[in-house]
Write a protein that binds this ligand. Sequence first.
Ligand SMILES: NC(=O)c1ccc[n+]([C@@H]2O[C@H](COP(=O)([O-])OP(=O)(O)OC[C@H]3O[C@@H](n4cnc5c(N)ncnc54)[C@H](OP(=O)(O)O)[C@@H]3O)[C@@H](O)[C@H]2O)c1
Length: 270
Amino acid sequence: MTTTNTTRFTGRTVLVTGAGSGIGRAVALAFAAEGAQVVVAGRRREPLDETVRLIEDRGGKALAVTADVSRAEDAEALVRAAVDLPRSRLRSSGGTPIGSLDVAVNNAGVFRGGQPLADLPEADWREQLDVNVTGVFLALRAEIRRMRTQPSGGAIVNVSSTFGAHTSPAGAAAYSATKAAVTALSRSAAADHIRDGVRINVVSPGATATPMSLRRGETEADRAERARATLPLGRISATEEVAAAVLHLASDAAASTVGTDLVVDGGGSL
Ligand SMILES: NC(=O)c1ccc[n+]([C@@H]2O[C@H](COP(=O)([O-])OP(=O)(O)OC[C@H]3O[C@@H](n4cnc5c(N)ncnc54)[C@H](OP(=O)(O)O)[C@@H]3O)[C@@H](O)[C@H]2O)c1
C-alpha cells in the first residue's frame, strides 16, 4: 500500500535555525511542503528571504527572522517571534496569533578547521563553542520554556554531526568536541523534559552536499570522487535526505522516540 505523508505538519509552527542555506533550508522547505508554517532564522537577512521566497513559490508559508543563536536575547526573541507574530505577517493568513511553537530544529552551526589542534586559533575554538554549543543550549532552553507551557508540548531536533560522537577525524578536534557536546546535551535534556511533553532528538549527518563538507581547495567533483572511494554508500548525502530524518523525528510517528541520535551518513561511521 502506498502512503503519503504530505500533511504531517499541517497547521503546526516550526522554527528552523540556520535556514538560509544548506541543510537548514532543505529542512524548512520540507516542513513547508508538509503543511507547516515555518519561521526561518539566521544572522543574514538575504539568504533567509530567499528561503521564504522558495517556500512561498511552492505555495507554503514562511517568515524570516534574523537572530544570532549565540546570544540569549536573540534566542528568546526568536521563540517569541515564532509564537506571537500575527498570522497577518504570513502571506494569505488571517489576523490571529500563531500561538504555539510545535517543532524546533536547532541546525545553525559553523565549522572552522582543517588544521591540527596545535595550529587552531583560539578565536576559532571560541566561535565554534559559541555557535555550536552555547547556541544550541540557548535556543533549546528558550524553546523548552515555551513548549512545556503548551498542552500539546513540542518536538525538538538538534542537528549534530557524526564528527565527535561517532568519528574522530583529523583536522576537526574543536568542531568534533562541540558536536559531541550537542549530542550529550540533547540526550540529557531529553531525559529532563520528556515528562513536560517536550520530545528531544538528534540527527547526526555525515558528509552532506553543502560547502561545509568541501575540504580546502576541493571541488564538488573531487568530493564526489573521495566519497566514491571512502564511503560505504559511495556518495555523500543530499540535504533532502538529512531533512527526511529530521521530519521523521519531529513527526507523531516518532512519538515514543526520545533522546535518540539518528545517523545519516551513508555508513561513513561504521
Ligand atoms: N554539510 C555537512 O557535511 C554537515 C555534516 C555534519 C553536520 N553538519 C551540520 O549541519 C548544520 C548545517 O550545516 P550546513 O552544511 O547546512 O552549513 P551552512 O550552509 O553553512 O549552514 C549553516 C547555517 O547556520 C547559520 N548560522 C551560523 N551561525 C549562526 C548563528 N550564530 N546564529 C544563527 N544562525 C547561524 C548560517 O547562516 P548565517 O551565517 O546567515 O547566520 C547558515 O545558514 C550545521 O550544524 C553543521 O555543523 C553539516
